[in-house]
Write a protein that binds this ligand. Structure first.
Ligand code: FES
Ligand SMILES: [Fe+2]
Length: 467
């Protein structure tokens, strides 16, 4: 992938286009017209994470997925997962909301009582003789199907029958996360908040590690990777690679404390059981040099997480092997609105949905691997909490705390564009230019290729995405 050095070519019909890849026009985060274009030209054509499959574990279980003015029912049928547009074929009533099971009763429209089974077929039509036969074609009476694809333990929907397949859009990211057993993860907890910001702004708080220094000082102080990348002198802000003078023993200690803080503050990403294993390694023998110590400590940790998990019947991949064969970033983005944050065997996950130009719904899951025969409760969508609710984990709460002030700042006179680091804030530019591609109507195969480039993990540079 080439790093973009020049301006992006102008695209047809894209107001507020990102023409300088290092600068994002501020109005893209509140302009009504731009929001309307996203609603009309982006969301109807992209693969959206609609639900986790555990939300519909039994035949007949269904869940409603809402995006903007659309609603889709995702149903587990006897023959697999299906999705339907949520509208009665009589006079358009939204058929169902929330979640439930339709195995015995089907979906019953509350207006005139028409019924549909889990396969979407019409099974009851009150006063059939009152309609002309021509108006009751069997196929037309069935719920309109919506495209659905399964990946990574979730169902994804797409309103566009001509969009390239989900796998083609995700590219090698799908293979890499599959090697980490993403499809075997289960929900440990699920929370949500309505944030008073544009959906893109909320996502961008998680697209780089550059903010850790100021927003998560508790992590910065403990993070050996951060110290190695940015150096101990944070005052200058110069991201020159630098080594610290810590000893190997201190490195092990710092690493364990970092994991502990990350686990407390984030859950899924580093699981409590992994921290417990790390603590048992505190006194292990490590070489004097830092690289050797890092190899020894993380090598042993990965081996223990794998062995101890498997001994409990947990489907843990070989953590050390997949770290080499299928390396992943700490934050992986699945365009347009879904994140997975893998570290060892557990992951955190985010999904963001626009509610209006300046509000969005932000969901967080803590996902972990559990013994395969263990019964888990069906997870149910949480009631959104205030974004500053103290029961949110520390790290996302810190991230959320910046967002309302940033949204306000974008409206300030004299602030015309965000200024991005071309080296570590490139993901923001990359996916924003992909949005422009959708708005301009770039051909689907090119959009799929660009999506693969955009889905290359956080802290990435600005890439040439092909248009
Ligand atoms: S609108 Fe559903 S039965 Fe009339
Ligand atoms: Fe953060």
């Amino acid at each position: 992938m080439r790093v973009v050095k020049t301006a992006a070519p102008p695209l047809r019909d894209v107001p507020l286009q990102v023409t300088n890849p290092e600068r994002i026009p501020a109005r893209r985060y509140y302009d009504e017209e731009f929001y309307k274009l996203e609603c009309e030209r982006v969301w109807p054509h992209v693969w959206q994470m609609a639900c986790r499959l555990e939300e519909i574990p039994q035949v007949g279980d269904w869940i409603e997925y809402k995006i903007l003015d659309k609603s889709v029912l995702v149903v587990r049928t006897k023959t697999g997962i299906k999705a339907f547009h949520n509208a009665c074929r009589h006079r358009g009533m939204r058929l169902a909301s929330g979640h439930g099971n339709c195995k015995t009763q089907g979906f019953i429209c509350s207006f005139h009582g028409w019924r549909f089974n889990m396969d979407g077929e019409n099974t009851f039509l009150f006063g059939r003789h009152l309609f002309s036969e021509k108006n009751l074609e069997k196929a037309e009476l069935a719920l309109a199907p919506c495209r659905v694809a399964l990946w990574g333990g979730s169902a994804f929907i797409n309103f566009d029958d001509n969009a390239p397949p989900l796998r083609e859009c995700l590219g090698t990211l799908a293979d890499r996360l599959e090697a980490h057993n993403v499809d075997k993860l289960k929900v440990e907890w699920w929370r949500s908040a309505v944030l008073p910001v544009n959906w893109k702004l909320a996502m961008e708080a998680f697209m780089e590690g550059y903010h850790v220094m100021r927003t998560h000082p508790q992590l910065q102080a403990l993070s050996t990777p951060q110290l190695m990348l940015y150096g101990p002198d944070q005052g200058s802000g110069s991201p020159t690679p630098a080594r610290t003078n810590i000893t190997s023993r201190e490195f092990v200690d710092l690493s364990i404390r970092y994991m502990e803080r990350l686990s407390d503050g984030m859950a899924g990403m580093v699981h409590g059981s992994e921290v417990a294993i790390a603590k048992t390694l505190r006194d292990m023998e490590v070489p004097d040099d830092l690289d050797g110590a890092a190899m020894a400590f993380y090598g042993r940790l990965g081996a223990e997480i794998t062995a101890q998990g498997r001994a409990r019947g947990v489907p843990v991949p070989d953590v050390n092997q997949v770290a080499v064969s299928h390396p992943v970033k700490a934050v992986e983005f699945l365009f347009p609105h879904y994140f997975l944050l893998p570290m060892f065997s557990a992951m955190s996950s985010y999904r963001i949905r626009p509610l209006s130009p300046e509000t969005c719904l932000f969901e967080i899951w803590s996902l972990a691997l559990f013994p395969e025969n263990e019964e888990r409760e069906r997870p149910v969508a949480p009631v959104p909490m205030p974004h500053d609710d103290p029961s949110f984990p520390e790290i996302p709460r810190q991230d959320y705390s910046n967002l309302p002030a940033q949204q306000l700042g974008l409206h300030a006179g004299g602030f015309e564009y965000m200024r991005l680091s071309k080296n570590v804030e490139g993901m923001i530019s990359n996916y924003q230019r992909l949005l422009d591609g959708y708005i301009a109507g770039v051909e689907p195969s090119k959009l799929a290729k660009a999506t693969q480039i955009v889905c290359s993990g956080f802290d990435s540079p600005i890439f040439d995405i092909g248009f």
